[in-house]
Design a protein around this ligand. Structure first.
Ligand code: PXG
Length: 465
């Protein structure tokens, strides 16, 4: 598909190229190509400046859980701005949106998680968590417990602290990350790294790396383990069923804190309020953001268990952000939670949409380019491969083929991302079954075009084993 760049699109693109630096983007090449300008959105549909309608397979950036265009949230924001647009909670004051949101989150969170420390984003919340768990152990008389164990190819944010927790090699290569006392173990990615083991054997083996790492460091030096219930930005890596029970056993046995990063998996993505509920995990701290407000306002936070909150509460925790618990963001989040609850959005994901997506998405596994097509809740991924039987990688650089496929998706008005050579989706939770059909048929068309492209260019070559 081609677009004619007529003003104002070309003018807008020129301004964007001249002045706006995009995150995680090679800005010089984007400037030559011109960014696609998104102007409006409704439900799961985006409109761009040329009038094209794209289906948003990524819910923005994994966040627009209730879908676009909910006027109720706009009204709540406007009302709150008129009444109390800003106040802080630092110096012995509070306000109604923040306290009501904290109380509501305590109701929704797993048992024992009853205290909320607000932040403006997931990155900020994970920075809070680093200081929180280390300070907790200091107050408990164990200041040497500083090490936080995390995972390669995990994503926890982009600030110095949260980016260090994350296990993204390309991020660590820039700007002096990771900070000290954060160490990484391998991810439970069976398709890519499981070799001849069964998924169950592999899941247990990867979980046991946590135990091996604790013993290597010395259990008396380990503060916490952090992980996403399902890795999102790492490529929608769904752990084998054996993984989380073994992690829980190890965490319990060594008495370290467990931080579940629920920034993507929270607020219905896996058909429950939290991924920890879906997987039966018992975290001490959960990181939240994104779906908390369905992305309508920037807000994040940490939901903290009674024991940790009690210990931290006995001292002054010298930490906080100007926008911690921002009243407009908190009011919008509350309204978002009300809609998720009253419209039965999460139950519908669990009972209807997720099973339907699993079947429809699973049908892509018959495509010659697809090595696996997996989903959990409304997160799904495909592994692209030149040789299905061997789960082979391409001879080309990782991500080259994924990028080609992503370009065909975009040209077919489907927002589907690539992570390396995996294709991923996480649509708004309100997507209808008919819209899932449209998404899948556009994805299949993009896969056909990608295959044709790869064959034409001689790129269907497996890497040497
Ligand atoms: N934890 C997880 C699990 C995330 O996915 C963050 C923390 C950080 O949240 P903030 O609000 O600071 O961005 C995230 C964010 C991608 C992509 O390319 C994913 C995220 C952010 C930006 C891009 O998939 N996840």
């Amino acid at each position: 598909m081609t677009f004619t760049n007529i003003p104002p699109t070309a003018e807008l693109q020129a301004l964007d190229a001249a002045h706006h630096m995009h995150p995680f983007t090679e800005n010089a090449s984007l400037a030559r190509k011109g960014a696609r300008i998104i102007t409006r959105a409704e439900g799961v549909w985006l409109t761009d400046s040329t009038g094209a309608q794209l289906i948003d397979g990524m819910a923005g950036l994994w966040c627009v859980n209730i879908g676009y265009g909910r006027g109720e949230l706009a009204e709540v924001a406007a009302r709150q701005m008129r009444e109390l647009p800003y106040y802080n909670t630092f110096f012995q004051t509070t306000h109604i949106p923040a306290l009501q949101l904290a109380a509501r989150l305590a109701e929704l969170a797993p048992e024992g998680l009853n205290h909320v420390f607000f932040a403006g984003s997931g990155s900020e919340a994970n920075d809070t968590n680093i200081r929180l768990v280390r300070h907790y152990w200091t107050l408990k008389g164990a200041p040497e417990r500083k090490v936080i164990i995390s995972r390669r190819n995990g994503y926890h944010g982009s600030s110095m602290g949260s980016g260090s927790l994350g296990g993204m090699a390309a991020m660590h290569a820039q700007g002096g990350m990771p900070i000290p006392d954060i160490v990484h173990i391998d991810q439970p990615y069976w398709y890519g790294e499981g070799g001849d083991q069964t998924p169950e054997e592999f899941g247990r083996a990867r979980a046991r790396q946590l135990e091996e790492k604790i013993l290597e460091i010395g259990p008396e030096r380990v503060a916490a383990f952090i992980a996403e219930p399902v890795q999102g930005a790492g490529g929608v890596i769904i752990p084998p069923e054996s993984y989380w029970p073994e992690i829980q056993r190890i965490v319990d046995h060594y008495g370290i804190l467990l931080i579940a990063d629920e920034v993507i998996t929270g607020f219905g993505r896996l058909g429950e309020w939290f991924g920890s509920i879906a997987y039966g995990i018992r975290p001490h701290v959960m990181t939240i953001a994104k779906g908390l407000s369905s992305g309508y306002q920037p807000i994040g936070g940490s939901i903290i268990c009674d024991e940790v909150a009690e210990v931290i509460g006995g001292d002054e925790f010298n930490h906080g952000y100007t926008y911690s618990g921002h009243p407009v963001a908190a009011a919008v989040a509350l309204e978002n939670l009300r809609i998720l609850e009253e419209e039965g959005v999460i139950a519908r994901v669990r009972e209807t949409t997720a099973p339907y997506l699993a079947r429809a998405w699973g049908s892509l596994a018959d495509h010659p380019l697809v090595g696996e097509a997996v989903s959990r809740g409304l997160m799904a991924s495909l592994a692209l491969t030149p040789d299905k039987a061997r789960r082979a990688r391409f001879a080309s650089d990782p991500g080259d083929v994924g990028y080609i496929c992503r370009e065909y998706c975009f040209a077919n008005d489907l927002v589907m991302r690539h992570v390396g050579d995996r294709m991923i989706i996480a649509p708004p939770l309100v997507i209808t079954l008919a819209e899932i059909d449209i998404l899948i048929s556009r994805a299949r068309k993009a896969l056909d075009q990608t295959l044709e492209h790869l064959e034409r260019e001689g790129l269907m070559q497996p890497a040497a084993a």
